[in-house]
Design a protein around this ligand. Structure first.
Ligand SMILES: Cc1ncc(COP(=O)(O)O)c(C=O)c1O
Length: 444
């Protein structure tokens, strides 16, 4: 597969042209990659009105993922999430207040997108044992859709989630389409799913749009992401997706990230599927080895290993132990430790991980449910986020209105959502996740 963006950037760097344009490093600098860090000069195309090398590279990506449109983001999935909400909101001709139906474990970018687009949210309740997950079924979505007086702008779910759990996207998509609504998926953690022997990317399973953080699971620089529009989605999405991205994005996209997405296309088209299959099998064997050594390993997507910490030891303590012997994990909290793998992980690293984590001799922890039920809203998400706010200790938060979504980062998933009246249960969850301060709407 050709790599038009990288070819252009490299040949420009090789010409040693005197750079009387941005950026100020002029191709020289401290990191070593500055020569490839250009701006939208002649021939370099423009990300948000692409008709040259970027358009060509995005078409390559669309053909790899089998989509109607795949657009690049150099500002992560966060930008794509804002664009998805904007597209769903502007497609809807509903005159009453627009709302979206969503499973609660959203990334905070979703809350900001609601505020920017002035859309309300109705939560689909689901079981959970962690702020990271919200286990909903197609029936839950159907029941939520049935009970509403008028349709939402879309249904929005996160799958896979931070712990690697996946939702039945195909069933949820069927229900959405049967009831005349769209399905949008936050697939930030699942770009690679299209390349597994059994394709299970949201675009394969019937979602209308989704975002992928290429940088989370593919060999792409941080910030590289895709907004995908399905071939079955309304044309409105494909036709307006670029404008939607431009509406929220920076006018200075990073050509380092664009080059990396461009080169990633070639990587994906050259036997990525074969490499991924082998790595997925190795990860499966690693999970089995950990189980044999007494660890409780959760079922998860193939490129994550999620360990439920035993009684008497937290996920954070396990992460500290591993850090001290040279392993840095993706995420840890009281209950969980999350290890992320990709085709770039070496099989020997997996062996040494099993060795380093050793044998568990502590009793296994039982999974428990967490009360993540939403609190009543005192004002819209937008009004809360556009109000003056103050930061107060959690012990004083009960009864106050949440301003900025209160998250621990990672996973940047709100426990209290902007506009909600913070309840006793939420205060308990803040404490559980070690959150000490919350941002609340300032009372006059
Ligand atoms: C589930 C989920 N969605 C969206 C995002 C935002 O992605 P990005 O960092 O690519 O903007 C994240 C980031 O961690 C995430 O975990």
């Amino acid at each position: 597969m050709n790599t038009p963006i990288f070819d252009f950037v490299r040949s420009y760097a090789e010409k040693n042209t005197a750079r009387f344009h941005m950026p100020g490093h002029k191709g020289k600098g401290f990191i070593g990659c500055e020569q490839f860090d250009i701006t939208e000069i002649k021939g370099a195309d423009e990300l948000f009105s692409a008709n040259g090398i970027i358009a060509e590279s995005e078409k390559n990506a669309a053909s790899l993922f089998g989509t109607a449109k795949t657009l690049y983001s150099t500002e992560g999935s966060s930008l794509c999430i804002r664009a998805m909400i904007y597209l769903a909101a502007t497609e809807s001709t509903e005159k009453r207040r627009k709302y979206i139906l969503a499973a609660r474990n959203v990334h905070k970018a979703f809350i900001y997108a609601l505020a920017l687009c002035d859309v309300d949210v109705v939560w689909i309740s689901g079981k959970t044992d962690s702020v990271c997950s919200c286990d909903i079924t197609a029936d839950d979505v159907e029941n939520a859709l049935k009970t509403k007086e008028y349709p939402p702008i879309a249904v929005y779910v996160t799958s896979p989630d931070y712990l690697g759990r996946r939702l039945p996207i195909n069933e949820i998509a069927d229900v959405c389409h049967k009831r005349g609504t769209r399905l949008l998926v936050d697939n930030a953690h699942g770009a690679y799913l299209h390349f597994l022997p059994e394709r299970s990317h949201p675009m394969d399973l019937g979602a209308d749009m989704c975002c992928d953080s290429a940088h989370k699971t593919l060999p792409s620089l941080t910030g590289g992401a895709y907004l995908h529009v399905s071939t079955a989605a309304p044309e409105y999405y494909s036709e307006n997706a670029k404008n939607a991205m431009a509406f929220f994005g920076s006018t200075s996209p990073s050509y380092l990230i664009l080059s990396s997405l461009d080169l990633c296309n070639r990587y994906l088209s050259d036997d990525f599927c074969g490499k991924l299959k082998i790595r997925a099998e190795e990860v499966e064997r690693t999970k089995e080895a950990l189980k044999e050594n007494g660890w409780s390993v959760l079922p998860s997507e193939p490129m994550k290993i999620t360990i439920l910490a035993p009684e008497g030891k937290s996920g954070t303590e396990l992460a500290d132990l591993l850090r001290n012997v040279g392993f840095e994990c993706e995420y840890a909290d009281e209950e969980y430790l999350v290890i992320m793998i990709s085709t770039e992980t070496d099989e020997r690293e997996l062996f040494s991980l099993v060795h380093a984590i050793g044998t568990n001799i502590l009793p296994l922890r039982r999974e428990k449910t967490l009360n993540m039920s939403p609190s009543p809203m005192a004002m819209t998400v937008r009004n809360a986020l556009f109000s003056q706010s103050e930061t107060i200790p959690v012990s004083f938060a009960q009864g106050k209105v949440c301003a900025s979504p209160t998250v621990s980062c990672p996973p940047a998933i709100p426990i209290a959502v902007s506009g909600e009246i913070i309840g006793k249960e939420q205060v308990a969850v803040f404490r559980h996740y070690g959150i000490e301060k919350v941002s609340v709407v300032k009372e006059k």
